[in-house]
Every structure is written in structure tokens, then in C-alpha cells.
Design a protein around this ligand. Structure first.
Ligand code: APR
Length: 311
């Protein structure tokens, strides 16, 4: 029988950690691809050698050849350059656009039935480019960002309240950047909105830390960005799709009029299932929230316009 297969393009920190999560959770076989020969093969062999200890029988292949990715159910693109300290996400656009365009072209030729999840930054713009290049229907191309931003917000709330994060659910909309829109009204502890549990200035502080979550880690690591939580976030999406456990999650999805926005990928709550992004939920927003979302969308569109010239 044919095992489920996930191809991870980019065997860097995020890609290799994601590959590890997928095989060690016994979710699927993995093909790990990188442009730098030796790296994906070495990581794959290392992960294979842990199979007995971790108690799974999943295969993992490291390669530089797209032919090895053929017939994938899900393709995750993490290939790109990481952000350096002080470097904005937008500064990465040109370099990463070329990488993502090429990776998508090659991967979709091998796996025309796959669902694509983009992780490379600037996220919303890279996801749009991947969708455009792939010529796939919008539900089958999406970006990972909101789950990560929401996970950070969740943990900051948990820490502030001295609670475990397990009962905390958060929602962050917008582009994956400084203008993202965490939604305290729709963030809860066991169903209770956090606006009932914390004062406004505490919430503002946690919102600000969430917006700055990626940069905070870049500053600490100095070389490269976060990868454990990003890999967990991408894993959550892959698992949701492959197990067909439909979930309502914040995902960079293609908007066609929702929230008054058109022809743009942006973080919104969406139903994710085996068909990919199965629907988008339009939340009721306050004027302030809607203005913040549109401001974030404008910034994504600005970067997109210039990235589209590269196509
Ligand atoms: N094809 C395949 N792989 C490539 C290509 C390419 N054209 N160009 C670069 N890569 C590989 C690099 O060789 C490297 O192994 O992509 C990998 C990126 O890994 P890291 O530098 O470790 O970056 P990582 O921390 O994994 O982040 C990857 O995810 O969160 C985002 O901002 C982050 O855009 C970045 C991406």
C-alpha cells in the first residue's frame, strides 16, 4: 500500500524540525529536499537512525532532486533565507521570492494533487506567489503564520495568568508582520474572553509582544529565526489535513471579498481539512479591528506588488 507522503522543501531549521515531528508522530513518510547537497541526506539518515529508539517505522528520504518528491499529498515550502537581526521581513522579499517561485514550479510538476503549505517569509506574499505559480485552486495553497502568532499569544497569556496554555485559545488575524492583529475579544481561557480576566494595559503589552514575537527570537539567536514553534505550527496544519480532523484555525488564505479584501493572501480564521482551506469565516470586527486588519493588508499588498514583478 502507498504510504502518505509529505515533502518538505528546505532542510534548514524549520524544515528538518518539521520532518522530525512528522515521522516521530508517525503521521507520514517524508521527503526532505534542499539545494545544498549532503544536508538533506545527512538529516534524513540521522532521523532514520533514531527510528528504533523513537519507535516508528516511517521512511525519510533526503534529496536534492524534485523527482523524489513525486506523488506527495502535502508539500511544505520552508526554503529561503532566514531573517537577520535588524532585517525587516520585507527586506527578504526579493531573495525568497525567487526561491519560492522555483520551488513551487518544481514541486507542483511532481505532485499536481498536493496541498501546499508555505512557511517562507514574508509569508503572505510568498504564499500568493506560490499560488500564482502553481496554478492550483486557492483552497490547495495556504500559508502558515496565524497558528504561530496565536500560539505565541496563547503562551504569553498563560504566563501572565499563571495558567497552563492548554485551556487558552487565541486568534490573530492579518499579515505575518508587525501589523498583525491579535484579537483579545476572541481569545479565551476555557471560553472566558481574556478581556474579562486582564486589564487593558496588560493585554496591550501581550499583544505587542506577540507582534514582536519573531523579532524577539531573532534578537536572541542572532543567526536565524525561530524554528521549534514554527515547525509545530506547520505540523498542526499537516496533521489537520492528513487526519481529516477539520479545525477552525488562523491561516493565510486567499481572500475574494471576505473582510472587504480581494485578491490577497492574508491571515483569517478558516476551516482546514482534507480538502485544504474549505471555507473562510468572516468574524464580526469592531471598527478599530477592521481598520487594523486593512492596514496590515495594505502593507502586504505593497510588498506583493513589487514581488509580482519577479514573476
Ligand atoms: N531550494 C531548496 N532549498 C533552498 C533553496 C532552494 N532554492 N534556497 C535555500 N534553501 C534552503 C537552505 O539551503 C536552507 O537549508 O532553505 C533552508 C532554509 O533553512 P534555514 O536557513 O535554517 O531557515 P529556517 O530557520 O528553516 O527558516 C526557513 O521559514 O520561518 C521562515 O523566515 C523563515 O523564510 C524562513 C523559512
Amino acid at each position: 500500500c502507498r504510504p502518505t507522503r509529505v515533502s518538505v522543501i528546505g532542510a534548514g531549521n524549520v524544515g528538518s524540525t518539521l520532518a522530525q515531528r512528522i515521522v516521530e508522530h508517525n503521521l507520514a513518510d517524508v521527503v526532505l529536499l534542499d539545494i545544498v547537497g549532503g544536508r538533506p541526506e545527512g538529516i534524513a539518515l540521522d532521523l532514520l537512525e533514531a527510528r528504533g529508539l523513537e519507535g516508528h517505522d516511517r521512511r525519510i528520504v533526503g534529496t536534492t532532486e524534485y523527482a523524489a518528491t513525486a506523488g506527495s499529498d502535502v508539500v511544505v515550502i520552508t526554503a529561503g533565507l532566514p531573517r537577520k537581526p535588524g532585517m525587516s521581513r520585507d527586506a527578504l522579499t526579493r531573495a525568497n521570492a525567487q526561491i519560492v517561485i522555483e520551488a513551487t514550479r518544481q514541486a507542483v510538476a511532481q505532485s499536481p494533487e498536493a496541498i501546499f503549505i508555505i512557511v517562507t517569509n514574508p509569508l503572505d506574499v510568498m504564499t500568493y506567489l506560490a499560488w500564482k505559480v502553481s496554478k492550483l485552486p486557492p483552497p490547495r495553497v495556504m500559508g502558515m503564520a496565524g497558528i504561530l502568532d496565536s500560539a505565541r499569544f496563547q503562551v504569553f497569556i498563560a504566563k501572565e495568568l499563571g495558567l497552563s496554555p492548554i485551556d487558552i485559545r487565541t486568534m490573530v488575524l492579518g499579515g505575518h508582520g508587525d501589523l498583525m492583529v491579535p484579537l483579545p475579544r476572541y481569545s479565551t481561557v476555557s471560553g472566558i474572553p481574556i478581556t474579562e480576566l486582564m486589564d487593558a494595559s496588560t493585554i496591550d503589552r501581550l499583544v505587542e509582544r506577540t507582534r514582536n514575537g519573531g523579532a524577539e527570537i531573532v534578537e536572541l539567536l542572532r543567526t536565524g529565526g525561530a524554528f521549534y514553534a514554527p515547525a509545530s505550527s506547520a505540523y498542526t496544519m499537516v496533521e489537520t489535513i492528513l487526519l481529516n480532523q477539520p479545525r477552525l484555525l488562523p491561516i493565510a488564505a486567499y481572500l475574494q471579498g471576505e473582510y472587504g479584501l480581494n485578491d490577497l493572501y492574508l491571515g483569517v480564521p478558516a476551516r482546514l481539512g482534507c480538502g485544504g482551506v474549505e471555507s473562510i469565516l468572516e468574524l464580526k470586527l469592531t471598527d478599530e479591528e477592521r481598520i487594523a486588519l486593512h492596514k496590515s493588508a495594505e502593507s502586504v499588498r505593497y510588498t506583493l506588488e513589487y514581488a509580482l514583478d519577479l514573476l
